[in-house]
Design a protein. Structure first.
Lengths: 253, 208
């Protein structure tokens, strides 16, 4: 692990506000996105990811105002995901100040979207997100639409295909681990990391400091994304980085 | 009113550079995103930002500007190149075998696995910048401070005197170059948090 690993807090955005909740139940307002993003930047976040969970279509443009306000004040890379379904969605988000856009279900429905978008805006702007669920030993299936719909697609093969189609990074979420605070699915991460040559961001399962370390070391991930451990201030970003540094992982402090 | 121009050549997220400049520049500073040569002529300073491929960048530049006039104007005022705006200053790029502006002697090469074979491309993330030679844009910035990089190619200037900083990623490459009114960086100061903002502020304050 000879280069710097990234720690990325993830903010769920609903109607222009940061929300937190467990498994989408009991969602609580957790503040103004600009203030929360600034706080994470000050604490040493390497990037920030926004996940738009706004349910109603007519309110979806609020994410654009949110991204624009944050981009005016916070000067680290910003990734936006959630409901991105077309080339135009990507361009609109980049134009208001997103540095990267995460595409998930839309790529499964129409894989060419990855080629088309990356040809025009460059691979570095596109994060392909994969929600994977364990099926058997060393086998994971891709799920879409927020994990509600199975696809029959093998997650490791799909990761390789996204890599080959031009995605700049992969955001890999284990549905089995997400929300459990039980640790990342390091086997899933490792299986994917070994097959691709683009950065892999680990997601789903962070609860203890050691979990983040294992995602990087055993899972061979390049970055770790976490929501609740930062939202609930179980650990600060600096605590995470100090811990990783002690374990010999290079981080930006 | 002082004016700073950000060259718009139809690629990349140039707005983020404008936003970061707005954050650090005096209120009366006019920040202009432009593809007009007369704007560049009127400007006190020029920033050439960028993302994307060298070939496309050079093609767009040629379509928008008379290259000889362009080179003359950028030689006359403080100039900051960022990422692809650094690379196209060189003689040529290995990326699609592209002839570049030849403001600096040297070539642009692809990062390759030289030692352990464990690096991924693009180099996307934060890396320390080892300052070799103090330059006004690094004022108040510690040696080995982290900056944010996104690139697969690096510059290899022929003249050692033009190398201002180094960074390690798979290999030891030049991450800043400077000569006279020119300074250019491989990383993205507009996405490098506090250190990036200090660097941009230093550029605004720099008198050549």
């Amino acid at each position: 692990m000879s280069y710097t690993k990234r720690i990325i807090p993830c903010l769920d955005i609903d109607n222009g506000r940061v929300v937190k909740g467990i498994n989408f139940i009991d969602i609580k307002d957790a503040g103004d996105p600009v203030e929360v993003a600034k706080k994470y930047d000050d604490m040493g976040a390497d990037e920030i990811t926004f996940l738009d969970i706004t349910a109603t279509h007519q309110n979806r443009k609020t994410i654009l105002d949110t991204v624009e306000s944050v981009a005016n004040e916070v000067f680290i890379p910003l990734t936006v995901g959630g409901g991105v379904s077309s080339y135009q969605d990507v361009i609109t988000l980049l134009n208001v100040g997103a540095d990267k856009v995460a595409i998930n279900s839309a790529a499964v429905v129409n894989p060419n979207i990855i080629n088309n978008v990356t040809d025009k805006v460059g691979s570095q702007c596109i994060v392909a997100a994969i929600d994977a669920k364990k099926q058997a030993n060393q086998k994971w299936e891709v799920f879409i639409h927020g994990g509600r719909k199975s696809t029959g697609i093998d997650a490791v093969d799909w990761a390789k295909e996204l890599n080959d189609r031009g995605a700049g990074e992969l955001l890999v979420t284990s549905m089995d681990k997400d929300g459990t605070k039980d640790g990342f699915d390091t086997e899933l991460l490792e299986s994917i990391s070994k097959k691709v040559n683009i950065p892999v961001i680990a997601s789903g399962g962070a609860g203890e400091l050691e979990h983040l370390y294992l995602a990087l070391k055993n899972g061979k991930a390049d970055a770790v994304l976490a929501a609740s451990i930062f939202h609930y201030e179980i650990f600060t970003i600096l605590e995470v980085k100090n811990y990783l540094k002690k374990q010999g992982v290079q981080v930006r402090i | 009113m002082a004016q700073i121009s950000i060259i718009d050549y139809g690629m990349g997220n140039i707005h983020s550079v404008a936003k970061a400049l707005a954050k650090v520049s005096p209120k009366n500073y006019n920040i202009k995103i432009t593809k007009s040569i007369s704007d560049l002529q009127k400007s006190d300073r020029i920033i050439f930002p960028g993302q994307g491929a060298a070939k496309q960048c050079m093609e767009n530049l040629k379509n928008n500007f008379d290259i000889d006039k362009f080179k003359l104007i950028i030689s006359q005022k403080p100039f900051l190149g960022i990422c692809i705006g650094l690379q196209v200053l060189m003689t040529k790029s290995e990326e699609d075998n592209t002839m570049c502006l030849n403001v600096f002697d040297g070539s642009v090469k692809k990062i390759s696995n030289t030692k352990k074979g464990d690096i991924k491309l693009p180099h996307m993330g934060w890396s320390p910048v080892q300052i070799k030679e103090q330059h006004p844009i690094f004022k108040d910035i510690n040696n080995n401070s982290f900056f944010y990089f996104v690139h697969s190619f690096y510059v290899d200037p022929r003249n050692d005197k033009e190398k201002t900083s180094y960074t390690d990623y798979g290999l030891h490459f030049t991450s800043t170059i400077n000569r006279d009114n020119y300074v250019a960086v491989q990383f993205h100061p507009e996405k490098s948090s506090t250190n990036g903002l200090i660097l941009l502020k230093n550029f605004i304050d720099w008198s050549v």
